[in-house]
Design a protein. Structure first.
Length: 312
């Protein structure tokens, strides 16, 4: 249907009362006339073409025939209220409708009330198809949501990325300073991960990272924050726990990873982790302590969890 505003049609309709029927039939947008009870009394060719019905299939039927079932009661009530009210024009609104083949579309509908030859009111409804526009808006919305997600998440693992993760760490430190609740972090990386990439290729290495981070996330609490710092190095922020509790949590993670095999190559992987509990100082200093503890775990033979010898 061609774009023409209902306001223009309404003005034309009022100026041409003696030729109402011809105006409606020639209109390039869908127009229907319904009785006070909501039954179709007239539908123009554009209306029939849009909905996929022949004129005789609509005349005498209730207008909710072209409305999704879940919206029929609401629209019937709105129709009745409009027909019994004092307003001559109904507020322009956006509605989902259902055409004959069951496909859902979106229209802008605007209605005017007029008086018929029998002295009874009639509702003249103008519709404009905006389905493509709504679909485009939805695609743009999804694209913007995806861009926003990628700005804060690692594309491979879907974890928080380094920038977003460090921002969250700063927020948790502020919360610690305000409420004094415990806060611990764990840094971990995968032992000898370079060998997996060298032997099996980066695609297999990416699969290992995806599978392991999924496994680790399932073990962590809902309140823990899992972050990819870069490469095979990860950070876990653990609000509300001390270093010993964090150690126990990371031991569960370490053992679970050690007992699993990954990718079609059935690779076994281990990780080393460093734990530190926050006392004071900056986030970067906290990370530095956790990194040193992780290095101690590597130096002691890998596949182990080490609590930092001193907190920040």
């Amino acid at each position: 249907m061609k774009e023409i505003s209902p306001d223009q049609l309404y003005q034309l309709f009022n100026r041409s009362k003696r030729n109402t029927e011809n105006v409606i039939k020639a209109a390039p947008i869908g127009i229907c006339i319904t009785t006070p009870s909501g039954h179709f009394e007239m539908v123009n060719p554009a209306y029939c073409e849009f909905y996929g019905y022949q004129q005789e299939e609509l005349l005498g039927q209730h207008f909710t025939q072209v409305v999704p079932e879940e919206n029929r009661a609401v629209l019937s009530a709105l129709h009745e209220e409009f027909m019994q009210g004092n307003e001559n024009q109904e507020l322009r609104q956006e509605w989902d409708v259902v055409i004959k083949n069951g496909e859902r579309r979106t229209v802008i509908a605007e209605a005017a009330r007029t008086e018929a030859d029998d002295g009874e009111p009639r509702k003249v409804t103008f519709i404009i198809d905006i389905t493509q526009r709504k679909q485009l808006e939805e695609r743009l919305k999804q694209a913007n949501e995806r861009l926003d997600h990628l700005a804060h998440h690692d594309e491979l693992t879907e974890l928080l990325n380094r920038r977003a993760g460090l921002q969250r760490l700063d927020e948790e430190i502020k919360r610690f300073k305000r409420y004094g609740t415990p806060l611990s972090i764990a840094m971990y990386d995968l032992d000898d991960f370079k060998a997996f990439n060298d032997t099996y290729g980066h695609s297999a290495g990416d699969s290992v990272l995806q599978q392991i981070t999924t496994l680790v996330s399932e073990i962590l609490r809902d309140t823990d924050l899992h972050i990819r710092l870069g490469g095979e190095e990860f950070l876990i922020i653990m609000p509300g726990v001390n270093a010993e509790e964090a150690y126990q949590g990371m031991e569960r993670v370490r053992k679970s990873v050690e007992q699993q095999s990954f990718t079609e190559h059935q690779l076994t992987v281990t990780l080393s982790s460093g734990i530190v509990s926050y006392a004071e100082g900056s986030g970067s200093r906290l990370l530095d302590h956790a990194d040193k503890a992780m290095y101690q775990a590597k130096k002691a033979g890998r596949n182990r969890v080490v609590i930092a010898s001193s907190s920040t």
